[in-house]
Design a binder for this molecule. Structure first.
Ligand code: SP5
Ligand code: ZN
Length: 367
């Protein structure tokens, strides 16, 4: 679908961009990476940089997220995870586990072999229980985290509403991101799986086949897990080979789903230094997989800009103009698009990268 067939004279200016300042209060202060406490890469400045670049380029129509309540979250996530995220901070403040300035990061993890030996974690106080539901030491929780995570889901669902209502595309400009969040586990900077909640909503709303295309640099372990045995949801991901990159424990090509979902997980692990030549070729394969599946709903896109060559925690070689080509390739599928922001940590380029992608997506790229 290109700009001319989208039935509007200015698809870029009219593109709904769903944003809210609620994310500003999820400012995690510190993450522990490679044994060192460092400022969080996943920062409010990521979204404000994109907002500024879109405003400067006169792209998008800002839309407030609409509240959708807990039901769409509980359709996928374990109530124990929701309860934990809602109450862990206030419990920790009440019990003195945090002085109210240090973020909550688990220090004791429930790993698989431990769980097999008489696990009694369900009776443990919520702050201690963090380690039963968290996969890493890089996903701090603070006072504003739960509200921000809820609003991120609402932003994604609002973008979905707009596309279902006839918009050719909508962009949920949200954080925290979502694709590492699994049924009962958070981590990888993610708390609720925004894209998965949208896909579930489309499927629950009667769509026979829903496709998710994950373009973040990292494998979306949470999204893969949530739809692993589902025959109605295709998960296709391009990402860094987990042999060298987070989340390490998932994302190999031989992981292809099970049961009714057998063959409906498609992982495309990529080498360090992946440039637009290789990326576009593999994206074309991914597009064929999606077309063969025959989605009957809008395409759900987990969009990360951590594939950028200058990203501080990644190693691909995608350049700013390349995102227009990626956006155009996605648009070539001819499906309406629900675009949901995931990662991307190069603050000096993330805005330009978003502008480039959206120009390609809407068929308004120059050159
Ligand atoms: C949503 C998202 O993009 N989450 C990513 C979480 C990644 N966290 C751990 C990254 C480990 C990075 N190792 C950096 C090596 C830098 N040379
Ligand atoms: Zn990522």
């Amino acid at each position: 679908m290109n700009g001319a067939t989208r039935g509007t004279s200015d698809p870029l200016a009219n593109l709904p961009v769903v944003t809210s300042p609620a994310h500003l209060a999820h400012d995690g202060l510190v993450e522990v990476l490679a044994g060192r406490p460092i400022p969080c890469w996943e920062s409010p400045g990521r979204i404000t940089a994109i907002e500024a670049a879109l405003a400067e380029a006169a792209i998008g129509r800002p839309v407030d997220p609409r509240e959708h309540g807990l039901e769409p979250i509980l359709a996928l996530h374990d109530p124990a995870l929701v309860d934990l995220l809602e109450h862990a901070w206030t419990d920790a403040v009440a019990s003195g586990d945090t002085d109210g300035t240090a973020p909550l990061i688990p220090d004791t993890f429930l790993v698989g072999p431990y769980a097999a030996g008489g696990y009694s974690g369900a009776r443990t106080a919520r702050p201690a229980r963090l380690g039963a539901h968290c996969l890493d030491t890089a996903t701090p929780m603070v006072a504003g985290t739960y509200a921000a995570a809820r609003v991120a889901v609402d932003a994604a669902l609002t973008a979905a509403d707009l596309v279902l209502g006839g918009a050719p595309a909508a962009y949920a400009l949200c954080r925290p991101p979502g694709h590492h969040a699994a049924r009962d586990m958070y981590g990888g900077y993610c708390f609720f799986n925004n894209a998965a909640v949208v896909a579930e909503r489309l499927a629950g709303g009667g769509a026979a086949r829903v496709a998710i295309l994950d373009l973040d640099y990292h494998h979306g372990n949470g999204t893969q897990q949530l739809f692993w045995e589902r025959g109605d949801v295709l998960y296709v991901s391009l990402h860094a080979d987990p042999a060298r990159a987070f989340p390490y424990f998932s994302g190999q090509a031989e992981e292809r789903g099970a049961g009714a979902g057998a063959g409906l997980t498609r992982n495309h692990p990529l080498p360090a230094g992946t440039d637009i030549g290789l990326y576009a070729a593999v994206l074309a394969e991914a597009a064929e997989e999606i077309a063969a599946f025959g989605p009957t709903a809008p395409l759900v896109i987990s969009l990360g800009f951590d594939t950028y060559h200058g990203d501080p925690i990644a190693d691909f070689a995608i350049e700013t103009p390349d995102y227009a080509r990626i956006g155009a390739a996605v648009a070539g599928l001819g499906l309406p698009e629900i675009v949901i922001q995931e990662g991307g940590y190069a603050l000096d380029a993330i805005g330009a990268n978003a502008v480039s992608f959206l120009r390609g997506l809407t068929g308004t790229a120059v050159g």
